[in-house]
Design a binder for this molecule. Sequence first.
Ligand SMILES: C[S@@+](CC[C@H](N)C(=O)[O-])C[C@H]1O[C@@H](n2cnc3c(N)ncnc32)[C@H](O)[C@@H]1O
Length: 272
Amino acid sequence: MTKPEAAAKPGRERPEASARPGAELRRRYTAADLDVFTRDEASRFVPRGDGDPQDDMILAWELLYRLEPELYDRLARAERLHPEVVGWLPCGVSRIAEVGAGTGRLTMELIGRGQHVVAVEPALPLRRILRRKLAAAEGGERVRVVSGFFDQLPLADCSADLVVACSAFTPAPGHGGETGLAEMERVCGPGGCVAIVWPNHLDWLAARGYRYVSFPGSMAVEFDSYHEAVELAEIFYPQAADDVRRRGLRKVPFELLRMNPPRDVAFKVLTG
Ligand SMILES: C[S@@+](CC[C@H](N)C(=O)[O-])C[C@H]1O[C@@H](n2cnc3c(N)ncnc32)[C@H](O)[C@@H]1O
């Protein structure tokens, strides 16, 4: 595991990632780690100024992105999207905007689907990994990576034909909410499509005019090796770690991990 890319604030020793080897995500970070957030991040993720990542898993994920981005990337690489999700998204469009792009699980698939792609991602360490991947990919220069948040997208009105978020949008204000959804729709032109890939809170989206499509078939998380399956299960799916160990294989069905697979999309085609 590599050293975190996020720059720790001066004057404070931050534990090496290796100091927390097998700790599950819920136990990995403490309130002392919250100072990794920029002011803009803190205003969204810890609006009251405090929080405990051992009580608040959403906060723990945000710390993971900044303190151990390579670890997050290993997980995202294993949790692959259903191929029909990518195939379903509009292709051959001129402009695509993705919000909460992370290390590019979806972004890398968008390279071939739009002439211009902009990937908005607030966490600097994730943007660095995404830029590195794009630099090595054919057509990667068509993707512009920028900093930004759902509730204040740094993009002009009607500047994209497809605005998409993958495993990033939630109804919570710090992770999208009403303002974030309105922002995605503002950026999407008439006739364009706003798509939430791997959505949670389907009722919330349906009440706002979003339709739903889901693709069938068995799906498994595809780790690089059995060793990695066990290592990452202990951190990210501790409830299933014993099952993963017993199974003895690098591919682990989503059902075994007790999570819904990335096989679905909530979407809205905007009228003119
Ligand atoms: C589970 S990751 C998904 C990343 C990537 N889309 C993928 O599928 O691997 C959630 C992402 O949402 C981003 N995110 C969190 N809060 C956000 C916000 N308010 N605005 C934009 N992105 C946000 C995180 O930085 C992270 O990259």
